[in-house]
Design a protein around this ligand. Structure first.
Ligand SMILES: NC(=O)c1ccc[n+]([C@@H]2O[C@H](COP(=O)([O-])OP(=O)(O)OC[C@H]3O[C@@H](n4cnc5c(N)ncnc54)[C@H](O)[C@@H]3O)[C@@H](O)[C@H]2O)c1
Ligand SMILES: O=C(O)C(=O)C[C@]1(C(=O)O)C=C[C@@H](O)C=C1
Length: 366
């Protein structure tokens, strides 16, 4: 009899995890979802084998339970599992962007032969919903696990084995360390991106043209402002202390540049940008060439042999030349994994249409 996996929350991440598990395991996947449309879609896309709206029904026979709901909901649902009858030996995990509060709710499971191990795949998108789910979403990304000190190693290995199909790189840390680090590299940038959008939106009231002029730099830095407000509201509510601390430090940094501009301090203004450039250029993804240049097209492709020749072959049949092709190994800061460079905007547009006809997802960083 195949083992049972219960995925609670069938959105972008829950759907992608379910697909990744299907890649490696012959498991029966039950999905628990409150949104009837998402539930039906997950069934018709064969992301799950069976759907239900009842948590009790979904979890009762599961060998693995994965929460992929917004973090405050996960906190509530993990607590409510204590009233449910679960299978002995079951592993419970989650994919939430915050770890401390959810970890706190997981105390007390051990004595019932139930193991909770928090998790967070460090990849995603500004898109939501099961229709955006992809088996390869987490390939080469870091997948943070936050086991308790007394969690048996055997259970951590079992969980990694369940999640093998994500092809992610597992790392372990404490929930506190997670929230501090992810706060600065993920949560805080989302606050800044939304703030920048608000700034432009408020200027639009006086100057209509501002929207038209919002070009390259603004679009690059604010893509993430299109993410789910529910998800980000909950993350901010969960990671209060680290984010308040970062906001204070940010204000100090902004005060500094305010002073430099006011005083016309050429050297300090130069150093402000130079220091940032040196650090940014040294980031691992930069070394792999992830910064876009002109007429680049990003193609979201699974990491398997033959995919590059398929893409280049399709372009060649239509007589579209490319001047460069690069595989981007991590999905840290852009959507695509294959970067194609074209000679002109027109070529890029033709290439985009040609690949989209063959159901490849493409992105232009504008
Ligand atoms: N989007 C990302 O980039 C990303 C990356 C890594 C981790 N995460 C985390 O993954 C989790 C899910 O995010 P997502 O992007 O998949 O969001 P999503 O909005 O695509 O999916 C969330 C789903 O949970 C469902 N849901 C809400 N309450 C529920 C309940 N009580 N029972 C069952 N289902 C319920 C919603 O209907 C929705 O379908 C969040 O905790 C988020 O912090 C997101
Ligand atoms: O690529 C994006 O759109 C994301 O914002 C993904 C991102 C991130 O900040 O890097 C967002 C939240 C998750 O918890 C993990 C990944």
């Amino acid at each position: 009899m195949s083992r049972k996996v219960c995925v609670v929350g069938l959105g972008l991440i829950g759907g992608s995890i379910a697909l990744a598990i299907q890649r490696e395991h012959d498991a029966f996947i039950i999905g628990v979802e409150v949104d009837e449309n998402q539930l039906k879609l997950a069934e018709s896309l064969k992301i799950i084998d069976q759907g239900t709206r009842s948590l009790a029904e979904g979890v009762c026979e599961a060998d693995l339970i994965i929460f992929a709901t917004p973090v405050t909901k996960t906190e509530e649902l993990v607590e409510s599992l204590k009233d449910e009858k679960l299978k002995p030996g079951v592993i419970i995990t989650d994919v939430g962007s915050t770890k401390k509060k959810i970890f706190e709710k997981s105390q007390g499971f051990q004595k019932h032969d139930i193991t909770f191990i928090g998790g967070h795949p460090m990849a995603g998108s500004h898109k939501t919903g099961v229709q955006a789910a992809k088996a390869h979403l987490f390939e080469n990304a870091y997948y943070i696990l936050t086991p308790a000190k007394d969690t048996p190693l055997k259970k951590v290995i079992q969980l990694q084995n369940w999640l093998k199909g994500t092809k992610a790189k597992f790392i372990e840390m404490t929930p506190d360390q997670h929230d501090k680090l992810v706060g600065v590299v993920s949560h805080f940038p989302h606050i800044v991106a939304a703030g920048l959008v608000h700034q432009v939106a408020s200027m639009k009231e006086e100057e209509d043209m501002v929207e038209t002029l919002a070009a390259g730099g603004f679009r690059d830095i604010t893509r993430i402002a299109s993410a789910s407000p529910v998800m980000w509201r909950d993350i901010l509510l969960h990671n209060k202390e680290p984010l308040l601390d970062l906001l204070e430090k940010w204000q100090v940094e902004m005060d500094k540049i305010h002073t430099f501009i006011k005083q016309g301090d050429k050297e300090e203004i130069y150093r402000f940008f130079e220091r940032a450039k040196l650090f940014r250029d040294g980031l691992p993804s930069r070394k792999k060439g992830a910064i876009p240049s002109f007429y680049d097209l990003y193609v979201d492709v699974p990491d398997h042999p033959g995919v590059i020749s398929d893409v280049t072959g399709l372009l060649a049949t239509e007589g579209i030349s490319i001047t460069n092709i690069r595989i981007i190994e991590t999905r840290e800061d852009i959507m695509g994994v294959l970067r194609l460079t074209f000679r002109s905007d027109e070529d890029r547009e033709r290439g985009k249409k040609c690949l989209q006809r063959e159901l490849y997802e493409t992105y232009v960083m504008e």
